[in-house]
Ligand binder design. Sequence first.
Ligand code: PRP
Length: 216
Amino acid sequence: MDEMRYLTFALGKGRLADKTLEMFERIGITCEEMKDKKTRRLIFVNEELKLRFFLAKGPDVPTYVEYGAADIGVVGKDTILEEGRNIYEVLDLNFGKCRMCICGPKSAEELLRHHELIRVATKYPHIAKDYFYNKKHQTVEIIKLNGSIELAPIVGLSEVICDIVETGSTLRENGLFVLEEVCPLSARMVVNQVSMKMEQERITKLISDLKKIVNQ
Ligand code: PRP
């Protein structure tokens, strides 16, 4: 019989990876090496199960998976939508739940309603463009930022923002409101399209094991 090849996982760094490893542990997949918070190593192996894990920046996860450098990835739906890669989204892991929203001061409600040519600051230009152009048929100017998006309407860079809302506290503390909801978000498992065929048995088993614990 052929030697089993390694299945490689790309995990989005941070809370997402911690949560994912917790879930994997519950279905008997462990990676002790990865629990060492001080390590600077980038890749971790479970020899017994023939699995490899690496941590990447969230937006890079779909890239690794599309090119087959990782067979499987775990990443937020926001990143999947923004990156638009050719990958299969196979499972909603049901954690990291939040919403993509259009937010701003109350005064921006009018501007949205009247389809005014407003500025939208966001870390997610593709999602914002798709929402305003394709769903709302509203022409807007999109301004790409890299973080602390809530600043934009406060300092007058834009009228509204398109950003993630989880607890809503960042908005509240800055006097901003959810004005429209774009879509719900959560962590998703994604799979390389070739791996899905070549490693169908192992990947299908993994998906069905995870499905059993996802809603518990
Ligand atoms: C995210 C998002 C919001 C905030 C929402 O930012 O962009 O700013 O979290 O969470 P809340 O509704 O619970 O307040 P993040 O902390 O990832 O940092 P960023 O400013 O670099 O985007």
